[in-house]
Write a protein that binds this ligand. Sequence first.
Ligand SMILES: Cc1cc2nc3c(=O)[nH]c(=O)nc-3n(C[C@H](O)[C@H](O)[C@H](O)COP(=O)(O)O)c2cc1C
Length: 322
Amino acid sequence: MKLPELKIGSLTARIPLIQGGMSIRVSTSSLAVPVAECGGIGTIGGSAIPVDELQEDIRRAKSQTSGIIAVNIMYAMREFYELVMGSIEAGVDMIITGAGFSRDIFKIGHKFNVPIVSIVSSPSFAKLAEKLGAAAIVVEAAEAGGHLGTQTKLRDLFPSVRKVISKVPLIAAGGITNGFEMAELMDKYGADGIQIASRFVLSKECSVSQKFKEVFLGAEKDDIVLVSSPVGLPGRAIKTPFVEKMIRGEDVSAKECKYQCLKKCSYKYCINDRLMMSHGGNVEDGLVFSGANTFKMKEILSVREIFNRFVQEAESVYREKK
Ligand SMILES: Cc1cc2nc3c(=O)[nH]c(=O)nc-3n(C[C@H](O)[C@H](O)[C@H](O)COP(=O)(O)O)c2cc1C
């Protein structure tokens, strides 16, 4: 059976699939545009990059597709409001936000008619987001990559949120690797769509270095671990030599703070530098965020191929919401 569309505010995605935002410069317009062209929601990672760079990338994306372009901005960012306002000014279609909770963002979304999508990891924050005016809610579970707000797995967490949310679309995120799981979450668990990120790192269009993608391709189950992040949340990453150093308790701290990117930083290490190192190919010293199920994915595909597979697999088993 055909998958349903995903309606968020006045926007309609033909395929109920959001490409999760990935900072720093992991999901740029080069990934978000083909996702939007395939009928999903393409998300530019908007955290910890200069506002003018983000604006330029949003404008580039908007000039290349008439599909939906979102931006993901973490509340933990010192420049959260500047990044939000800059994205709106550049014409972004949707703002997706997590890693902390902003109450004011909903008023801004309302004022500028931009749907706000909240990423949450508990029923209580989901309810609060719905009450304050979120246009949709992403339930992000323990299997997700990057910063985590819970240790509860998707199939345990999602039903508790589904129970309390009835007015806005509810999206499942964390560890989804194929269309059969997409159908399972939509059909059996009542999700209105899914958000996936790690699958898109292994796409031809993702702009990270080949070495970054090779770390993804080579990861075994036990190589994907939890690390502490200066943001103050645990993060899920692949065991690179840098992560091994941290596990051994070696001093990995930065000598100076160059970016002032976070509202509150533990200064344990410079996350901005470490993410940029791996982005550029220095995977020995860099941090490589990844979902827990990356070890199941062993191919680099084009975004079009990823969509075709997900849709074919999902539609071969999808029945409908109970
Ligand atoms: C490399 C990487 C970077 C990420 N960066 C962000 C981010 O900046 N903001 C955010 O809200 N989520 C971020 N995430 C989480 C994803 O958007 C997504 O919700 C999650 O990874 C979904 O799980 P999956 O990767 O198993 O599909 C990141 C994930 C990865 C793998």
